[in-house]
Design a protein around this ligand. Structure first.
Ligand SMILES: Cc1cc2nc3c(=O)[nH]c(=O)nc-3n(C[C@H](O)[C@H](O)[C@H](O)COP(=O)(O)OP(=O)(O)OC[C@H]3O[C@@H](n4cnc5c(N)ncnc54)[C@H](O)[C@@H]3O)c2cc1C
Length: 554
């Protein structure tokens, strides 16, 4: 197979991957950033509106301790204090770097950086850029910076990662498939950084873009890394449920809204009388889903959003989103919108230390794919913050590690994992079968949407586990034509295989959390347990294996 060599391979070109690339290339390492979509234009980062942080613009009462306290409170006991400390300590420097590379923060009337409040943060500490298209602004800044480092930093679009490659216990690269040329390659690297984003596409309704199919969790698992708290899937509580063309669109200004059930009751008065709608995402999602299950939901399985009392504020602070709603025929000036929870963010992920190292030598992980920082509930706008802080850590630490590693060996076909071999085998020849590859993805979405959404039960989770086992058979019956370049069939097939491995990890972890904590609500165990523990997922003999450990132990 064709082989390419680099010092550092970065899989994923969102905020985390590109940040890692820039910091590693600044240390004069040869860096290759690959993406299954267009580099710098795919992934979740593009849609992000604001970013939390500390800086010269911070409220005088705000500091690292206050910020860390908010993260720990929000994490429901599951947030890793060492990761939280790293985040709050490093973020001001990372924002300074970005602004020195050209990112312009949005300003208020007095020409100061505009700072906004966000639910769960005890003080306003969210900032924005590019008039609320903050994620896009960050990516554009990183791409510009990357161009100044082009001697060391190379990018490659439309190349999908099938699996990581190991030599003994160490990750030494990845086997990838060039979608434009219909050709597999092995990329050998002294260190690999996974930055493949989240899992939203495992659910039927999601805020996430098409690329968020959970590949990185599957890749980490395949390489022997351990995944932490995978049951903690954040649902964005207030997103449009209809029309279908915009289902999943997040309403970021929900803290300015009143929510009503179908009987016109402002139900948050019962669930969270003090904060009402301005509560954290886990609590609001559970309240909305409970109203729907109790038969008090709207026609399309949501509740009603009313922003009439704060219309001017919404237009001023969230004009971009407000206009998207208006463009799609949802006139928030005169009517209500039907809203409900949509799969949004994976708070679990590949278990990392403060240097972003996974449990497998040679493998680093950053951004949404990494787990442990947010615990049971991510605070709004902390995802971009995480990408910047831990993306930089990953780039720097991978660069250092690459100084100490030299491997001249060639990867033979026998060295590839059974998972990669099976994918390559199907992708290298046209096969007839009874299943289209998109149907595999659809089936996984149905299973998780039905049994593993906001409200879960023991029986539902068991059903999900059983039904996912049957999806293995679908992968074997897939029909594949390999004649066309950039074939959606091939992409769906690889993504379906990753989705399945990741879905099994989510369901297995959820079955092992016999309590309700953070975003994981199990009606059979509605209260939090007295002891705090993590779930861990690993892979043995191609099967996922789950165990729990008290907080602080592995
Ligand atoms: C609609 C929306 C709004 C949001 N708003 C905010 C906000 O206001 N503030 C905030 O802080 N956070 C927000 N978030 C969350 C935040 O945007 C994401 O968590 C964050 O951007 C993830 O960045 P990332 O670099 O980890 O992954 P991504 O930006 O998702 O990038 C991952 C990249 O990896 C690539 N990839 C995946 N699998 C493979 C593979 N097998 N091979 C090769 N490449 C692969 C993908 O194509 C993608 O480009 C929002 C998310 C969404 C969906």
């Amino acid at each position: 197979m064709n082989e390419i060599k680099t010092d550092i391979l970065i899989i994923g070109s969102g905020a985390a991957g590109l940040t890692a690339g820039v910091y590693a290339a600044q240390l004069h390492k040869k860096v290759l950033v690959i993406d299954k979509g267009a580099v710098g234009k795919s992934g979740s980062t593009v849609g992000a509106v604001q970013m939390a942080g500390l800086g010269e613009w911070s409220n005088p009462l705000d500091d690292e301790r206050a910020y860390m306290r908010d993260i720990e409170n929000s994490g429901r006991g599951l947030s890793d204090p060492a990761l939280a400390k790293t985040l709050v300590n490093d973020i001001s420097k990372r924002i300074e770097d970005l602004t020195s590379w050209g990112l312009k923060l949005d300003r208020d009337k007095s020409d100061q950086a505009a700072v906004y409040p966000t639910a769960g943060h005890s003080l306003p500490r969210s900032i924005s850029a590019r008039k609320g298209k903050t994620g896009l602004g960050i990516l554009q800044t990183l791409i510009r910076k990357a161009k100044t480092l082009s001697e060391n930093l190379h990018t490659w679009s439309d190349v999908i990662t099938l699996d990581l490659v190991k030599s003994s216990t160490r990750v030494i690269g990845a086997v990838v498939f060039d979608l434009k040329k219909n050709k597999p390659y092995v990329i050998k690297a002294k260190a690999v950084i996974l930055a493949t984003g989240g899992i939203g596409q495992l659910y039927p309704t999601t805020s996430n873009p098409v690329q968020s199919t959970g590949d990185g969790y599957s890749l980490g698992l395949g390489a022997g890394a351990s995944l932490i708290d995978m049951e903690q899937v954040q649902f964005y509580p207030v997103s449009l449920v209809t029309p279908r063309s915009v289902a999943g669109l997040c309403i970021s200004f929900y803290h300015y809204s009143n929510l009503y059930n179908t009987f016109g009751e402002r139900f948050m008065e019962t669930y969270e009388p003090e904060t009402l709608e301005n509560t954290t995402r886990d609590k609001l999602s559970i309240a909305i889903a409970s109203e729907v299950v109790a038969g008090r939901g709207s026609d399309h399985g949501g509740v009603w959003l009313d922003i009439s009392s704060q219309l001017e504020k919404v237009k001023k602070e969230f004009l971009h989103e407000f206009n998207i709603c208006m463009d799609r025929g949802i006139d928030l000036t005169h009517g209500y919108a039907e809203v409900g929870p949509a799969a949004h963010f994976m708070m679990g992920g590949v278990h990392i230390d403060v240097n972003t190292a996974s449990s497998v030598p040679g493998l680093y992980v950053a951004g949404e794919t990494a787990g442990g920082l947010h615990g049971g509930n991510r605070l709004g706008n902390n995802a971009l913050t995480e990408c910047l802080v831990f993306g930089a850590k990953a780039g720097i630490n991978a660069a250092w590690e690459s100084n100490n590693y030299e491997d001249q060996s060639t990867v033979t076909a026998e060295a590839l994992s059974p998972f990669a071999t099976k994918l390559l085998d199907t992708m290298s020849r046209s096969v007839s079968g009874s299943v289209k590859s998109y149907q595999i993805k659809q089936r996984i979405q149905e299973i998780l949407g039905t049994h593993v959404a906001v409200l879960r039960t023991d029986e539902g989770l068991k059903q999900a586990a059983k039904q996912l086992e049957a999806v293995d058979d679908l992968l074997d019956q897939v029909e594949m034509s390999t004649e066309v370049n950039y074939s959606r069939e091939l992409i769906d097939y690889v993504e379906g295989a990753h989705m399945l491995r990741t879905a099994k990890a989510i369901v297995g972890a959820a079955l092992h959390r016999k309590e309700s904590r953070g975003a994981h609500f199990n009606s059979d165990h509605p209260s939090p347990a007295s002891n705090i523990y993590h779930t861990f997922v690993t892979k043995e003999n191609e099967q996922v294996v789950i165990h729990t450990s008290p907080k602080g132990e592995k």
